[in-house]
Design a protein around this ligand. Structure first.
Ligand code: CTP
Length: 413
């Protein structure tokens, strides 16, 4: 996990959105960060210290004049990997832009050389006031990361721009700050989920794919700078910066892929595409009283094999192999038959692996290379391992910088 061991000072200033800092704190801690919370006096009007102290890695600090530590702001500022201010009020933004230090948070902001990310939250009139606009421009010019507020409901029932960005957007922005941008400028297309092939107006033939692995790969590629299109049969929250194309059937997925594949630098087919579909689809609901229907199936197009046949020079094509038997033999056969650069094989019969789980274990096969196993871990981490390999493949063809090796693959037993 990219935030493991990262020391993040979470500055909370006094706005109604202070309650969302609790969720941001919890998510950062879950992602492996060491969170040190600092609250302003204003924040304490909206949020009790106890809640944040209970969820953070250390108790909340509020005071510049601390009996046990005479200069807490320099220690906080010097030891941080990131200062995140969420929510950031107009007052804190103004103080930081003009170099004013009045409390522990504003002192810490001046006493750090770590990156700083501010997440403004205020009423629309304040957010659009020329003073605030100028201060934000100043901060951006100095390299401060700003997570823009969103449109939405504000305190007092008003609606407009100025609402604190959603916690998942803020945490994603933090993760991206610590993620290598080794796919900058690359166009990546990922498929996710199981296709659903209609039988009649209400029934479908489906499979157990949840789409989690494909979505994790799309997110990992976007975090590393790629322009990502996700062709998917399932939705997911927080797919910011990712173009999502929703499809249901193999035919729709094939059409979507034919449209975006030619311009792609990397294609990852993580979707579980149905191999067969009903030959005739009833446009009304079939009635039970008419007896069990005879459903005649026909093959669907093999989308990946088609992409392999039409692959432009330099494009990297990645497939998945979901197997219950003869994992490596079957995967190696698919790797060659579909003209792939990489196949991600998983034994979907093993505990905790493949469909619907949050974890996976895979073997990565490339033409002419030894298979490499990545043992059971979160699908996000498997996604990083797949993207590391893709980056390695790209650097071999474009002689750009090598893979980041977020995970060292284990030798195949
Ligand atoms: N695939 C595809 N179109 C299909 C079937 C599969 O593009 N009609 C892709 C999948 O997205 C995956 C790869 O081909 O990346 C292998 O899919 P898998 O289901 O493991 O293998 P199949 O080729 O369908 O063979 P089998 O079902 O016999 O294992």
């Amino acid at each position: 996990m990219v935030l493991t061991g990262k020391r993040i000072v979470l500055g909370v200033s006094g706005g109604i959105a202070a309650y969302k800092a609790v969720e941001i704190c919890r998510r950062l801690v879950d992602a492996g960060a060491h969170v040190v919370p600092v609250m302003t006096a204003g924040a304490e009007h909206f949020l009790g210290r106890t809640t944040l102290s209970a969820l953070a890695s250390e108790p909340v600090q509020t005071d510049l004049w601390n009996a046990t530590e005479p200069i807490p702001h320099t220690r906080l500022g010097q030891s941080a990997d990131l200062i995140l201010v969420a929510p950031a009020t107009a007052r804190v933004i103004s103080a930081y832009a003009t170099g004013l230090s009045t409390d522990l948070l504003t002192n810490t902001l001046l006493a750090t050389r770590a990156p700083v990310m501010v997440c403004p939250a205020m009423h629309t009139e304040m957010w659009e006031h020329p003073a605030v606009v100028d201060n934000i421009t100043t901060l951006r010019r100095r390299g401060v990361h700003v997570v823009d507020p969103e449109q939405g409901r504000l305190a007092g029932g008003d609606v407009g721009a100025g609402r604190l960005a959603a916690p998942d957007r803020i945490v994603q922005a933090v993760e991206r700050l610590f993620t290598p941008r080794d796919l900058d400028g690359t166009r990546v297309v990922v498929t996710a989920g199981g296709t659903r092939e209609p039988i009649d107006a209400v029934r479908v033939i489906a499979n157990r794919s949840s789409g989690k692995q494909g979505i994790a790969i799309a997110r990992a590629a976007a975090a590393r700078g790629a322009r990502v299109t996700l062709v998917t049969t399932v939705g997911a929250p927080g797919l910011h910066d990712i173009e999502v194309v929703e499809v249901e059937t193999a035919a729709q997925m094939q059409e979507a892929m034919q449209a975006c594949a030619p311009a792609a630098d990397v294609i990852v087919m993580a979707a579980a595409v149905a191999d067969f579909r009903p030959k005739v689809v009833a446009d009304r609901k079939l009635k039970k009283a008419d007896g069990a229907p005879d459903i005649v199936l026909e093959p669907t197009p093999d989308i990946l094999a088609g992409l392999g046949d039409a692959k432009p020079a330099g494009q990297i094509l990645v497939g998945f192999a979901a197997e219950t038997d003869d994992l490596l033999d079957n995967a190696a056969r698919k790797l060659a038959a579909k003209k792939l650069d990489l196949i991600v094989a998983n034994d979907v019969g093993a505990p905790g692996v493949g469909f619907q789980h949050d974890t996976n274990a895979v073997t990565l096969l490339q033409p002419g290379a030894e298979p490499r196993s990545v043992g059971l871990r979160r699908k996000d981490d498997i996604a990083d391992a797949v993207i590391d390999t893709v980056v390695g493949l790209r650097s071999a063809t474009t002689s750009s910088p090598g893979p980041t090796s977020a995970i060292d693959p284990e030798p195949t037993p």
